[in-house]
Design a protein around this ligand. Structure first.
Ligand code: HEM
Length: 286
């Protein structure tokens, strides 16, 4: 998931960001969607009723994105995860997660570009989205680095449990939640670990922002609620009764989303991993 594209593409993207600003204004004026109706009538998930969850079977294609995998696991995108039109990705992300249409157009277009494909005409298998240093990058919160595990289609559960276990917040109903500070702390830890353990580690500024954008969906769309995030991140399943926590009529715009993304990214401190120092005078042997 992107916050902005490379410098050379910025001009092309201006109309999308102008549109996004317009949608953000409309969100300020119109009332929020009513609880229970965030997913529009007639779409899977309306009133929290989701199609059956069927885990991927042998040969199905899955990506490094838990959200797209969840859509396939519920049959909202094709269950085999193959030959998915980028335009279909746009439509399904829009209705399921209530991201603004500007965002839902921008990210799949960006993904198509990284794969050398045409957004309007082409399709991809989910696994293709795991192209390293396309959108996918090192030091993810739910996946091992590609160098250490080339199969990006499934979560690395120790990371997911570490992330959820780092939650310190409470929502108004007393549910345990991830906070911006929790995400920054865990991201800093992952970046330091990945830098120390992956000999091919890379993470440029651009992919750092992607990383914080991806993880910020957990705070915005999911409201950070750990009991919802557990099935989403562990099984890549949407819990029965769930709906997006963003109820803005035009969905979550870049303008609104970037507020969280920047707080998370700016809060990250990458503490170097401390190696055990052998006592003075010893030769370091056990
Ligand atoms: C619109 C189409 C989308 C595309 C093309 C896309 C693509 C990706 C890719 C390539 C990654 C891997 C990044 C990494 O290496 O960590 C990723 C991760 C992720 N995405 Fe998506 N994504 C999309 C929509 C969404 C939506 C709608 C959500 C949330 C509702 C979401 C949430 C996440 C999360 C939580 C991660 C995991 C981050 C991590 O492990 O650090 N994505 N996405």
């Amino acid at each position: 998931m992107a916050v902005s594209s490379s410098a050379g593409k910025v001009l092309e993207d201006i109309p999308i960001f102008v549109w996004d600003a317009w949608l953000a204004l409309v969100n300020l004026v119109l009332p929020n969607k009513k609880v229970g109706t965030v997913v529009p009538h007639g779409n899977p998930g309306f009133e929290g009723k989701w199609p059956d969850f069927v885990p991927p079977k042998e040969g199905d294609s899955r990506s490094c994105c838990p959200a797209l995998n969840a859509l396939a696991n519920h049959g909202i995108l094709p269950h085999d995860g193959k030959n998915i039109k980028f335009t279909e990705m746009t439509d399904k992300v829009r209705t399921t997660f209530n991201f603004a249409p500007s965002f839902c157009l921008f990210v799949p277009t960006f993904a198509a570009n990284t794969l050398g494909k045409n957004y309007k005409m082409d399709a991809c298998d989910l696994a293709e989205l795991s192209l390293h240093n396309g959108i996918e990058h090192d030091a993810s919160l739910t996946r091992q680095d590609t160098k250490l595990d080339p199969d990006q289609g499934k979560p690395h559960l120790p990371f997911v449990h570490g992330l959820l276990g780092s939650a310190t917040g409470k929502d108004k109903d007393g549910n345990l939640t991830l906070t911006e500070a929790d995400l920054s702390r865990f991201s800093g830890k992952r970046r330091a670990e990945a830098r120390a353990t992956n000999p091919d580690f890379t993470l440029d500024k651009f992919h750092k922002m992607f990383g914080s954008a991806n993880s910020s969906t957990l705070l915005t769309i999911f409201g950070g609620k750990v009991s919802d995030l557990e099935p989403f991140l562990v099984e890549e399943r949407i819990p029965e009764g769930w709906e997006p926590k963003i109820r803005s009529p035009m969905g979550l715009t870049f303008i609104a989303f970037n507020h969280t993304v920047l707080k998370v990214e700016n809060g990250i401190k990458e503490e170097p991993v401390v190696q055990a120092v052998p006592p003075e005078g010893s030769n370091g042997a056990a």
